[in-house]
Design a protein around this ligand. Structure first.
Ligand SMILES: Cc1cc2nc3c(=O)[nH]c(=O)nc-3n(C[C@H](O)[C@H](O)[C@H](O)COP(=O)(O)O)c2cc1C
Length: 336
């Protein structure tokens, strides 16, 4: 891997174009610092480092500040913070939380942010003024949204296909067809996510034109990830059909198939609205991800879980995937 040539590495000042995707409460300082120390980019998730819900905007900001400071105590390498924007259909939903987390990220002068959402035009200015590198993942992602993000001035687009864990918008475009079309449409570098967990996936992403990879589910099965051991075990036990996506107000959400996802499918099949389905998820994320209720809780997870067979240290995930990719590439050269 030549980090001097790779635009994502140059932009973020990192050694390997491997980005740990933010995942709410479970992507805290330990994981973020481990990824960044290994030469990738760790990203702090919303609510990371906390285990209880707060409805207090100021407290949310201070929690984020504490987590940023914890990361800084563990690494001097670049890292990023995830900022989730309100969905376009509900532009005021959680707006005050978004604005406060933006303020804290700017005050703390974080090196980079990953903004998740489609109203990037409304929220990008404070980062640009502060000289913070902006990566954008459209929750709904298609060529039109990616072009808007580029026109708004973001530095790097993250294209996550429908096979990815957690929310992925409504267009349901798989990584294999999404990434090359976005690469063709944009001038800025594109990072591919959704379904990547090993060197084959990394090489495939680069073959499609991406200049970096973005992995969530692979990093859930790491020593440093704050998710419950039951969740890590469920990922190791997952097979190809173990995840399912349900439609809610934030788009499609993929997770481990369980009682909760069965209920969502039933409500949707009997004519329930997106709001009805989303209501089923209320209060299920902490029981699922943090307390390990993989039967009735919400356990966001990508389809790639079926390919993950080992819990590793996060640094090994970063180093191994780059080594494997180099091996895959050299094997391909011989085979083709
Ligand atoms: C449990 C879980 C929680 C997630 N939470 C967030 C989040 O807080 N913010 C965000 O932008 N994306 C979130 N995502 C999506 C990931 O950042 C990323 O897009 C996805 O995991 C990539 O696909 P992969 O799982 O196949 O690697 C979440 C995904 C999972 C599995």
């Amino acid at each position: 891997m030549n980090s001097k040539k790779n635009r994502v590495c140059r932009l973020l000042n990192i050694e390997y174009p491997v980005i740990q995707a933010p995942m709410l409460w479970i992507t805290g300082a330990r994981l973020v610092a481990a990824v960044s120390n290994a030469g990738g980019l760790g990203v702090i998730g919303p609510n990371a480092g906390s285990t209880t819900v707060t409805k207090d905007v100021a407290e949310t900001g201070e929690r984020l500040r504490r987590e940023i400071q914890r990361v800084r105590s563990l690494t001097s390498k670049p890292f990023a913070v995830n900022i989730v924007l309100p969905p376009p259909a509900f532009p005021d939903l959680g707006k005050e939380f978004t604005n406060r987390t933006i303020q804290v990220a700017v005050e703390e002068k974080v090196p980079a942010v990953v903004i998740t959402g489609e109203n990037m035009e409304t929220y990008i200015d404070p980062f640009k003024r502060a000289g913070i590198t902006v990566l954008c993942r459209g929750l709904s992602i298609n060529v039109e949204i990616a072009k808007r993000a580029e026109a708004a001035g973001i530095d790097c687009m993250i294209a996550v296909g429908f096979e990815g864990g957690g929310h992925s918008g409504m267009d349901q475009l798989p990584t294999f067809v999404l990434v090359p079309q976005i690469v063709r449409a944009l001038k800025i570098p594109v990072v591919a996510g959704g379904g990547i967990a090993d060197g084959r996936g990394m090489v495939a992403a680069f073959a499609l034109g991406a200049e970096g990879i973005y992995m969530g589910t692979r990093f859930m099965a790491t020593t440093e990830c704050d998710t419950h051991p039951n969740v890590k075990k469920a990922i190791l036990e997952a097979i190809d059909t173990s995840t399912v996506a349900s439609a809610g107000v934030m788009g499609m959400a993929r997770g481990i198939r369980n009682n909760l996802t069965d209920k969502c499918q039933k409500v949707a099949a009997s004519g329930g609205s997106l709001v009805d389905v989303s209501m089923l998820y209320r209060g299920t994320i902490i029981p699922g991800l943090l307390e390990g209720d993989v039967v009735d809780g919400s356990v966001g997870c990508g389809a790639v879980a079926g390919m993950i067979t080992e819990i590793k240290d996060a640094a090994d995930v970063v180093i191994d995937i780059v080594k494997e990719a180099e091996q895959v590439l050299s094997d391909l050269k011989k085979a083709m």
